[in-house]
Design a protein around this ligand. Structure first.
Ligand SMILES: Nc1ncnc2c1ncn2[C@@H]1O[C@H](COP(=O)(O)OP(=O)(O)O)[C@@H](O)[C@H]1O
Ligand SMILES: [Mg+2]
Length: 328
């Protein structure tokens, strides 16, 4: 029997533009023979279904239902395509848990923890062969001592808002004198800031998902930004970054990275498809965990669709596998 699915998009952050594009890819590729899909827009004004041929209809948040032509529609499951709040940080996950409606993503706890880069690093530390950049997590109005931090961490530093996204508010700091300004800039975006040692290596981003009772690691993507790091401009200016899928890793790196990624997925109790950013350090090839994205982009040019294409399966099959896992 065809299942009724809500495809939830929009969101209340600047990332909503990307979310809309991700939802467009999903809507275009999801199997219409298996799923009856209602795209629902969530934004500051409300939660709406927007039929092509009529006015928008508000969702009843009491039971996440929709009344269309006098008929009440309830959903078998939700495909969450909202990057950032409230789709990636556990809020919607908690809501759907309370209503007992299954959804495609990690649960509320994992979603909220992984929005905090510092807390996430604390959890994945200890996984075999996984390294994290030495760092200090500081709090606005907290008693931090930049002088001490300069003493404890090696230059250059990488400074970022702790729950950041799209590389906003981030800086590479080459001179200790510049740390104060970089910290101030990051605090404009967030109440918590992470000061890390800068990792010098090749950068990758890799997808991983659970379906058909197994964890599958997708082909990795190597990211070669023209800028000094994968900053906002490098991320969103076409051509500013070279993206190579599958990215090159030798046999030993491939096996090691795949094992680490599966361990990360398990340790964080992930569900659905997630994406891990990592470095292989120059000289040592050590794996450095940077962050995990629990609602990775699904726009036509995003890493996950590229990686799925490189495996030879269609996006249609991929989304069916994710949906089946969600609904079973
Ligand atoms: N410790 C680090 N050393 C070197 N580069 C880093 C470090 N942390 C982050 N970066 C660079 O900054 C980019 C954005 O950082 P990331 O933590 O992935 O934030 P976002 O959530 O914005 O993607 C990374 O893709 C990488 O290029
Ligand atoms: Mg990132």
């Amino acid at each position: 029997m065809r299942k009724t699915i809500a495809l939830l998009t929009g969101g209340t952050t600047g990332e909503w533009v990307v979310s809309v594009k991700s939802a467009a890819t999903i809507a275009q590729n999801i199997d219409a023979d298996l799923y009856d899909v209602y795209k629902i827009m969530l934004n500051d004004k409300g939660w709406f279904y927007e039929p092509a041929d009529s006015v928008k209809i508000e969702i009843d948040k009491n039971d996440f239902s929709l009344t269309l032509d006098g008929r009440k529609i309830k959903f078998d499951g939700v495909f969450i395509a909202i990057h950032g709040s409230p789709g990636e940080d556990g809020k919607l996950q908690g809501y759907f848990d309370m209503l007992n409606i299954p959804y495609t993503t990690c649960d509320a706890l994992t979603s909220s923890i992984t929005m905090n880069k510092g807390y996430t690093k604390a959890i994945v530390e200890g996984i075999d062969n996984l390294h994290t950049a030495k760092s200090v997590q500081i709090f606005k109005n907290g008693n931090y001592d930049l002088k001490q931090i300069k003493h404890d961490l090696k230059l250059p530093y990488f400074v970022k808002p702790n729950s950041g996204g799209s590389s906003i508010g981030m800086s590479k700091v080459k001179h200790a004198d510049d740390l104060d300004a970089a910290v101030e800039k990051a605090f404009l975006e967030d109440n918590q800031v992470l000061i890390e040692e800068f990792v010098s290596g090749r950068e990758f981003s890799i997808g991983v998902y659970n379906a058909k009772s197994q964890i599958t690691v997708l082909p990795t993507t190597e990211v070669i930004p023209a800028n000094e790091f994968f900053d906002f401009e490098a991320k969103y200016t076409p051509g500013a970054t070279q993206e190579i899928t599958p990215g090159k890793m030798n046999d030993e790196e491939y096996l090691r990275v795949h094992q680490i990624i599966k361990d990360v997925y398990k340790k964080l109790n992930c569900r659905g498809v997630v994406r891990v950013d990592y470095f292989l350090e120059h000289d040592t090839s050590n794996f450095y965990f940077i962050e995990i994205n629990t609602i990775p982009g699904q726009t036509a040019t995003s890493f996950i669709p590229q990686q799925v294409a490189a495996t030879g399966i269609t996006l249609k099959q991929f989304y069916t596998d994710l949906m089946k896992e969600t609904l079973n």
